[in-house]
Ligand binder design. Structure first.
Ligand SMILES: Nc1ncnc2c1ncn2[C@@H]1O[C@H](COP(=O)(O)OP(=O)(O)O)[C@@H](O)[C@H]1O
Ligand SMILES: [Mg+2]
Length: 359
């Protein structure tokens, strides 16, 4: 079903996915005078509230996809788990940013970690578990591991810490024998992430890294500044620039890192705007969403400047909303996504708490 809210012609950005990232991309596009068309399989997609048009159809619905590509000038994504055939089809007809190869890479943890390692960037030691026999190759006497499905994992779903081969076998079977990786447990001091944008002319701009704290494998807070030394920040920037250039990537790319005593490791990459970049909406001269829309629409990207120290806090599941708790030392900016139904672990909104400078 396609709902035509506004049939005026003009440049239209097609966005695959209708969650909160889609909403915030659509809002950023409209502020730049651009129209959006959200394509989502869920009738309750919050992003429909903000886009010019929307389509409700499965991601492999050929007729709906055909109509979608007729109406859009460029396409982008707000989540990475879109079927390969759909991405192939769309990119045959309209420019898809980021390119499908970058999306395929990030859909599969094994390919992703290989790519990082091949580029001489550190990752946690890992190996593929494609069948029960592969489990024997990991020496559990030496160290435990984290079993992660190669595909479709997010917010810690599809991963388990395993301390014995028996336990690993049990979880592998529970995961329906789907291809997995096992990786070492990294004793990190800190998790950080970078948000990098690359434009069509190849120029690159970066936000400063945020320090991220996860609870139950789900992002809980992101803090700016991260407290990292300038030398470490430069290293994070250099790694991010290398990755985005190697991928020939256009748009915003997010990279999660582990910082250990003497090392920086890439944890994973997300070919899109990212939860840990939500602070940019209230703490920087440009948001990650506007930066992405600019990059893919061939508008100049902006050199990010941090305006405030702040903490981004996710509102998850049954968390209470935090606006009542503001105090004199901070200004709280609330963003509620308008999702239907509260579910444990579901991201319902976020709060950016700007720290007031002491004068
Ligand atoms: N190898 C690891 N060592 C230590 N902690 C890990 C490891 N892998 C994942 N984690 C923890 O779990 C979180 C989620 O894992 P991640 O691999 O990023 O998957 P997701 O796709 O669910 O975000 C990480 O941010 C980190 O806190
Ligand atoms: Mg992650």
């Amino acid at each position: 079903m396609t709902k035509d809210i506004d049939s005026k012609s003009g440049k239209i950005i097609g966005i695959l996915g209708g969650g909160q990232l889609g909403s915030m991309l659509a809002i950023a596009a409209s502020k730049l005078g651009l129209k959006t068309h959200i394509y989502s399989s869920s009738k309750d997609s919050p992003a429909f509230n903000y886009s010019t048009k929307y389509t409700i159809a499965d991601y492999d619905d050929e007729i709906a996809l055909k109509n979608f590509i007729k109406e859009i000038d460029i396409a982008t994504i707000e989540f990475e788990n879109i079927p390969e055939q759909t991405l192939n089809y769309i990119s045959d007809y309209v420019p898809l940013y980021p390119n499908k190869e970058s999306i395929f890479l990030s859909q599969d943890r094994f390919l992703e970690k290989n790519f990082i390692r091949e580029n001489s960037i550190d990752v946690a030691d890992f190996m593929p578990i494609n069948n029960i026999d592969d489990i024997k190759k990991w020496d559990f006497n030496l160290r435990p591991g984290i079993l992660k499905t190669r595909k479709f994992g997010y917010d810690g779903k599809g991963q388990k810490i395993v301390t014995t081969a028996k336990m690993c076998e049990k979880y592998f079977i529970e995961m329906n024998n789907s291809p997995c990786i096992i990786e070492e447990v990294v004793p990190f001091n800190m998790e950080v992430s970078t948000i990098t944008a690359r434009s069509q002319d190849g120029s690159i701009e970066m936000f400063e890294p945020s320090r991220n704290i996860h609870k139950n494998h789900i992002l809980h807070t992101s803090n700016i500044p991260s407290g990292l030394s300038n030398a470490l920040i430069e290293k994070l920037h250099a790694i991010s620039k290398l990755i985005i250039s190697k991928l020939n990537y256009i748009g915003v790319l997010s990279i999660e890192f582990f910082i250990t005593n003497n090392n920086i490791m890439v944890n994973e990459i997300a070919p899109r705007v990212h939860n840990s970049g939500h602070w940019t909406m209230d703490g920087a001269n440009i948001s990650q969403f506007e930066q992405h829309i600019r990059a893919i629409s061939n508008l100049p990207i902006v050199e990010p400047k941090t305006l405030h120290s702040l903490e981004m806090l996710n509102i998850i599941g049954n968390d209470i909303y935090y606006w009542e708790k503001s105090n004199d030392n901070e200004v709280r900016k609330i963003h509620i996504y308008g999702k239907k139904g509260i579910k444990s672990g579901r991201k319902l909104g976020h709060v950016n708490s700007i720290k007031k400078s002491k004068s």
